[in-house]
Design a protein around this ligand. Structure first.
Ligand code: IFG
Length: 519
């Protein structure tokens, strides 16, 4: 008997070492999030060495930048010194090739095809955005320690096969409320990096609210000089100069993330009202506000100066926002009568459109006459979103009971609120935007957005406790067909991302619903 067990032990160790030596060989056993549309393993592995380089087909500066992004992510941990080189024909074995394909309609604007043999990694896409998303898959196929910014031991091998992948929804976003508590430029950039890692492509910045105005408007300087100087709890607040905002926009663009700025109105405007008396119905400014009540403020919707103000704000914001949308808020306008709210929102839509942008607004705006390209962001009242559908508007799905990242996991959560629901990581994943509200069909939906309000958090580390581990699930809901999404299978992949969160210094909530330490 003893010999028998010795033989089994020997065989097990041989298998283990051969697995480590020749690397992973089953591409369909990897833990990619979002789950790719199709994966075909070929049972071998590819190893990066210090001879490996990244080749781009053609002189494109954009491909160069994408190649350099990959090199910058892999070199610190692997120490392989990957260079980016231009090539006109097929590179020699042992390398990575990025190339735009002639035409692969199934992949669309953001899809990619990743073909891995034991000699080469070849990534192709119709557009650079697709290559950029494919880069994230390559990163996730490598061991979690590849995400470390310090030297890690190899080998650096990935399983061979082919992945063909493309998203269900075009809009896969997150919202960060920088008004209740201000977040520094570097914190916003770190979040953008994380969104890109999970193939999300929109960051909606909630730039103004009762507690603070966070974006410099040169024609109304007191908005930030005075209206930006505090936050919930009475802290020092802060704001982005237009140069800093443009820096964030550029950083996001390089990661194929679109910035959507929000100026919430006519409610949620105490910071503006405190800065300029003329914007108030009474002509008098309220004090700066550092609490967390909502619904008590309104712009003076009957005064012409209000629309001059809005036109100036939207003009300056549109000029530094390359993305197609400006979000006008429109939520919780409890101090604005509906008779005043409707013409106000109608007029604000015209102002945004006059500056070449499309309108996004919280679901209450569906009570007004929506312009052709206006999008309704469903957060609280399905009946509002349905009114939007009835007007022919697209819906952005952010149902508070499923997609509000500031909801506590359970009653013991250190941060967050629970007015909408407690949202554990399974509830955050177990819903389908296309069937949640029967009257809102897939064709009415532009995409999904997970919203993080910052009443109870004031820095990225605290935000990450609420963002993770739920964000990857929202990324998968936005990217992967619902037919491929099953919580019991997903939670196994998510568990393996715990090591990735750690390697990226992400302060995640270790939900008990996930076996984080199972090897
Ligand atoms: N609702 C408010 C937010 C924020 C949120 C906190 C929307 C659209 C509750 N409006 O969500 O300003 O206070 O969970």
């Amino acid at each position: 008997m003893k010999n028998q067990s010795r033989i089994w032990a020997f065989l097990a160790l041989t298998a283990l070492f051969s697995q480590m030596a020749c690397g992973p060989t089953n591409l369909s056993k990897e833990n990619i999030i979002p789950k790719p549309v199709s994966t075909t393993p070929t049972g071998d592995s590819f190893g990066m060495t210090d001879q490996t380089n990244i080749y781009i087909q053609g002189e494109s500066a954009e491909l160069q930048q994408i190649g350099q992004f990959l090199a910058d992510k892999l070199n610190p941990s692997t120490g392989l010194g990957l260079d980016v080189k231009v090539i006109t024909d097929t590179p020699t074995p042992g390398n990575i090739l990025l190339a735009l394909s002639e035409n692969d309609p199934e992949l669309g604007e953001e899809g990619y095809e990743l073909t891995i043999t034991n000699e080469m990694i070849k990534l192709t896409a119709n557009k650079p955005a697709g290559l950029f998303h494919g880069i994230q898959t390559i990163r996730q196929l490598l061991p979690a320690r590849v995400e470390s910014t310090s030297a890690e031991r190899g080998p650096w091998k990935i399983a061979t096969g082919t992945i063909r992948d493309y998203p269900v929804y075009a809009y896969r976003g997150a919202m960060l409320d920088v008004a209740r508590h201000f977040f520094e430029v570097d914190e916003v950039k770190a979040y953008i990096d994380q969104l890109a890692y999970y193939k999300m492509n929109v960051l909606h910045l909630h730039l103004a609210d009762d507690q603070g105005w966070r974006i410099e408007i040169k024609s109304w300087p007191r908005l930030t000089e005075y209206g930006g100087k505090t936050e919930v709890g009475g802290g020092v607040g802060g704001f982005y100069t237009q140069a800093e905002y443009s820096d964030i926009v550029k950083y996001a663009q390089q990661r194929y993330v679109t910035i959507i700025p929000e100026i919430d109105m006519p409610g949620h405007t105490n910071a503006a009202l405190a800065s300029y008396p003329e914007l108030n119905i009474s002509g008098k400014s309220p004090e700066l506000y550092t609490g967390i009540e909502v619904g008590f403020s309104t712009l003076a919707t009957h005064k012409e100066v209000t629309y001059k103000f809005i036109d100036d704000v939207i003009r300056e914001l549109a000029a530094i926002t390359p993305g197609p949308y400006i979000h006008i808020g429109g939520d919780e306008s409890h101090s604005t009568s509906i008779e005043d709210y409707i013409p106000f929102v109608n007029r604000v839509q015209d102002i945004v459109i006059s500056h070449g942008k499309k309108v996004l607004g919280w679901d209450e705006i569906a009570l007004t006459t929506l312009k052709p390209n206006t999008v309704v962001q469903y957060w609280a009242k399905a009946e509002n979103a349905i009114k939007g559908v009835e007007q022919g508007a697209k819906v952005l799905m952010s149902p508070a009971k499923n997609a509000y990242l500031d909801m506590q996991y359970d009653s013991t959560s250190t941060y967050g609120l629970h007015w909408a629901a407690y949202i554990e990581v399974d509830k955050a994943y177990n819903w389908d935007p296309a069937t949640l509200v029967p009257e809102i069909k897939k064709e009415n939906i532009i995409g999904i957005e997970a919203a993080l309000w910052s009443e109870t958090i004031s820095k990225l580390e605290e935000a990450e406790y609420l963002i993770y581990p739920r964000l990857p699930g929202y990324a998968e809901i936005g990217w992967t067909p619902a037919s491929l999404r099953k919580w019991d299978e997903y939670k196994g992949r998510l568990a393996r991302h715990g090591e990735r969160f750690k390697a990226m210094n992400i302060n995640f909530y270790p939900s008990k619903l996930v076996k984080w330490d199972k090897k």
